[in-house]
Write a protein that binds this ligand. Structure first.
Ligand SMILES: Nc1ncnc2c1ncn2[C@@H]1O[C@H](COP(=O)(O)OP(=O)(O)O)[C@@H](O)[C@H]1O
Ligand SMILES: N[C@@H](CCOP(=O)(O)O)C(=O)O
Length: 293
């Protein structure tokens, strides 16, 4: 039997829709695999009652099919589904890394990212790799059709999870189909600023680089309390705030590790002002999936 800890991730980072992603140091899923004649899935932990155990519908089962690696798979969910924290991706990434080791396949990280992204396609309708790439590789990742670029960034972060469910599939429906040139110019400027900020571990540049005016405002409509939580985090010293992935999670970048407590409390109060319960994780950029033999 093999065990893999696969981290939560925050995708998009505002300006990098379907491209940027960040591994978080916590929370995480724990995936255990054992060889079996056919794939079966058992799920426990956060929100497990909402997660299908049919291998064709579970992201980990889809990965087993993609890798032609049947197994008895147990997933202990640390990452609540439909959170915007890459819950479905954590299981897919964990399964990819675990099954690759279990069957001694020797696939590269990029091949594992491709297999795990097929799991994402089953739940969200698109094989976006921006969550599975950091969940496998760790750090800050840029996922493009021609490959993955990664930087081992170090930044204090807060993610606040309101008690609202937003499925990635639904949140993709509200993404505008066309973009004005002014918005393209703003997004390119932000994305470049953010990427430089990640390579310098500079929270001010990363915070400024989250700014984007196309996808985030459309999705903010689905997250009651987003505006209040964002303003509260900025007032408490965050350098930038955006929706994590497809939401409803909200990501704040902090200047110093000690700022996280204040920013986390401010975000929970911001949601409370809008009548929404929320919990906040004080976290940081973390490593990719970790294998325990
Ligand atoms: N192993 C899994 N872990 C979490 N969610 C899964 C898994 N397999 C399938 N799903 C389904 O994926 C959806 C959650 O994924 P998604 O909407 O992308 O949210 P998240 O941002 O949390 O990844 C839910 O409908 C859930 O039932
Ligand atoms: N790029 C995707 C990311 C979805 O992330 P998730 O954590 O909400 O699954 C999107 O924005 O649709």
């Amino acid at each position: 039997m093999l065990t893999v800890r696969a981290p939560a991730t925050s995708a998009n980072l505002g300006s990098g829709f379907d491209v940027f992603g960040l591994a978080l140091s916590a929370p995480a899923d724990v995936v255990r695999v054992e060889k079996a004649p056919e794939t079966t899935i058992e799920v426990t932990g956060a929100g497990s009652q909402y997660i299908p155990t049919d291998p064709a519908k579970n992201t980990a089962g889809v990965v087993a099919q993609e890798l032609d690696a049947p197994a008895r798979i147990h997933i202990d969910k640390g990452v609540r589904p439909a959170s915007g924290l890459g819950s479905s991706a954590a299981s897919a990434a964990g399964a990819a890394v675990a099954l690759n080791a279990l069957y001694d396949r020797g696939h590269s990280d990029e091949e594992l990212v491709r297999a795990a992204a097929e799991g994402e396609a089953v739940v969200s309708g698109a094989a976006h790799a921006d969550n599975v790439a950091p969940a496998i590789v760790g750090g800050f990742t840029i996922a493009r059709a021609d490959g993955i670029t990664s930087v081992d960034a170090s930044l204090p972060l807060v993610v606040c999870l309101p008690d609202i469910v937003v499925s990635t599939r639904d949140a993709r429906e509200v993404v505008p189909e066309t973009v004005a040139m002014d918005d393209v110019v703003e997004t390119v400027g932000s994305a470049a600023t953010l990427a430089v900020g990640m390579s310098r571990d500079d929270p001010s540049l990363v915070g400024r680089g989250l700014q984007e005016s196309v996808v985030t405002p459309a999705r903010a409509e689905l997250v009651r309390g987003y505006d209040e939580a964002k303003q509260a985090a900025l007032d408490a010293g965050a350098t930038g705030v955006t929706i994590s992935g497809a939401g409803p999670g909200v990501l704040a970048v902090c200047r110093r590790p000690d700022d996280r407590r204040r920013v986390a409390a401010a975000m929970v109060s911001g949601f409370d002002e809008a009548g929404v319960d929320a919990r906040a994780y004080q976290t940081a950029v973390g490593d990719g999936a970790e294998l325990f033999r």
